[in-house]
Design a binder for this molecule. Structure first.
Ligand code: ATP
Ligand code: MG
Length: 277
């Protein structure tokens, strides 16, 4: 049964999408079957995987607002074992359209019940808000992964995030856990990054992953090429960081020694991207 993980922080620009795309891709490269669901109307995960968000017949919007089954909107990506449920700005409407509906918090959970056994991991890239879409993610998930940017006020807003998680736990999803906190955009040249890391580790203790994602230009470039970092620049430090995070996630979810899976051939994925262009 696939593990459902919401990548969430209502703070904008902290690395949710970069983590969603690149952690999913690193796990897929490792041979895991991964479904990434874009539940942000910005659709950055969708375009970051090279999918034209304006040319789609159906998106996650149709799942939330038109009762289209989740399976129908899922598309392939350049990686063999990575699939995407895409999104675009239509999804703005769902937040409003859902609000008057009975069972509005349960839409995603119900859809995933039918599908989760097909995947090893299902990630949900959440929008920077604690609205109904994020609540749907909290109700549908086994656990949450929180990216924190190494910036002043990194922990600001964390109490409302945790409150929201607690509310979902109390009312709809008692089993909801935290898979971990990941520090992003770490700049080893600044004291600030080190200070933030120290503070976050004091606050979240062992919940913080050992892997820290460095600030890396290659990571900020790859979305405009519609490629995850392991395809765009497999030898970059950003690629290495997300591969290391993927191993840690597997250790936490699957136990100490995750079973070896057949690796995805990156060359095939690159060739496919070139052909598609
Ligand atoms: P939003 O809240 O708007 O959805 P987000 O939390 O998903 O934002 P991202 O889109 O992943 O954040 O990142 C914000 C910006 O920072 C993007 O331009 C991204 O390319 C850049 N970025 C993210 N992580 C890194 C990194 N490790 N190194 C360099 N740039 C990064
Ligand atoms: Mg995002």
């Amino acid at each position: 049964m696939g593990k459902v993980i919401a990548i969430a922080n209502q703070k904008g620009g902290v690395g949710k999408t970069t983590t969603s795309v690149n952690l999913s891709a690193a796990l897929a490269e490792d041979g895991c079957k991964v479904l990434l669901i874009d539940i942000d109307p910005q659709g950055n995960t969708t375009s970051g995987l090279g999918i034209d968000k304006h040319g789609l017949a159906e998106t996650i919007y149709d799942v939330f607002s038109n009762s289209v089954p989740l399976g129908t909107v899922i598309v392939n990506t350049a990686l063999d074992t990575l699939w995407l449920a895409p999104s675009n700005s239509d999804l703005v409407g769902s937040e409003i359209e859902l609000s008057g509906r009975v069972g509005r918090e349960l839409v995603l959970k119900k859809e995933l019940e039918q599908l989760r056994s097909r995947y090893d991991y299902i990630f949900l890239d959440c929008p920077p808000s604690l609205g109904l879409l994020t609540v749907n993610a909290f109700v549908a998930s086994d656990s949450i992964l929180v990216p924190l940017q190494c910036e002043y006020y990194a922990l600001e807003g964390i109490s409302s995030l945790l409150e929201s998680v607690n509310l979902a736990r109390q009312q709809l999803n008692p089993e909801l856990g935290l898979v971990g906190v990941v520090l992003t955009m770490f700049d080893s040249r600044t004291n600030l990054s080190r200070q933030v890391e120290k503070e976050v580790r004091e606050f979240f203790k062992t919940e913080v992953f050992d892997t820290v994602i460095p600030r890396n230009v290659r990571l900020s470039e790859c979305p405009s090429f519609g490629q995850p970092i392991i395809i765009y620049d497999p030898l970059s430090i950003g690629a290495g960081a997300y591969q290391s995070l993927a191993r840690e996630v597997r250790e936490r979810v699957e136990g100490k020694k995750p079973e070896e899976k057949k690796k995805t051939n990156l060359k095939d994925a690159m060739r496919r991207l070139l052909v598609n262009r």
